[in-house]
Design a protein around this ligand. Sequence first.
Ligand code: BMA
Length: 314
Amino acid sequence: MADRIKPIIHRYEKNPILTKKDVPYPVETVNNAGVVKHEGRYIMLFRSHLRNGRSIIGMAESTDGFRFDVYPEPFLVPAKQGPFAAYEEFGVEDPRICPLDGGHYITYSAYSKHGVRIGLARTTDFKQIERVSLITEADYRNVVIFPERFKGRYARLDRPHSEISPWSIWVSYSPDMIHWGDSRIVIKPLAYHWDEMKIGPGTTPVKTDKGWLNIYHGVFKTMDGAIYRLGVALHDLSDPSKTLAVADSWILQPEDPWEVTGYVHNVVFCCGAVPEEDGTIKIYWGGADTVMCAGTAKISDLIDLCIKNPRPAL
Ligand code: BMA
């Protein structure tokens, strides 16, 4: 009998791990959360749609990475005044958390009538949050900052929108976290492949001995709408613009009922992952833009998938 394909990510048996019923203020969804381990606890910043269709960001905390308690108040809501207000009017979405410079940077999508930009905020204690800057112009989403500098510069993976080319993953650099440039394309969608329509960075890159792991999402358009899946790539440890390998196969696709059906059907969308000391990684994803799910993978399996069966990066 032929070998069956083994799952790379083992879904937590009690998924979904967080739903709107767990949130003590009125929201319609809980999805696309960034997660980080901070002082021995897992901190989750999750997106919620309100009943007007716009989003805010809430916070939850856990000791085991699976059972989360939600804080009574939202963590980040659209700014009402100051320079951010005009660009956050339609909502704040999809937070990613990066530990760096003795605190945590948070990137989020800021939506307004002027388009979608990326906001950068910073916290040291997950109580006080300070907005730093809007770090892209319009038509950018999915910015993840590397938790290290490269030759003194900060680096990020980002995803500009384009009319000409399928939406791809780029790398950009900054001397100060505010001004970004020296951008280069690093991974493109592949024609007639599971990620052919568009791709975007997912988690804050995870350092491994073989390279930076980049868990990203890829979209395939069908007659029944788009399908969001997760893939994985490896970037050079000292030069993240060098893509070492992109796995040909996806690592996760919508299969559970709460991934297949919900606010947006057929979506698994990742903004957070936590590497553990035992060589595993907890991966978190929004299911159908409605609930949060978790799973565990072996970091070595993700690396092997990239190295043993790669597809072209560009
Ligand atoms: C993308 C973003 C994500 C969302 C996904 C699927 O364009 O809006 O936040 O999870 O679509 O709806």
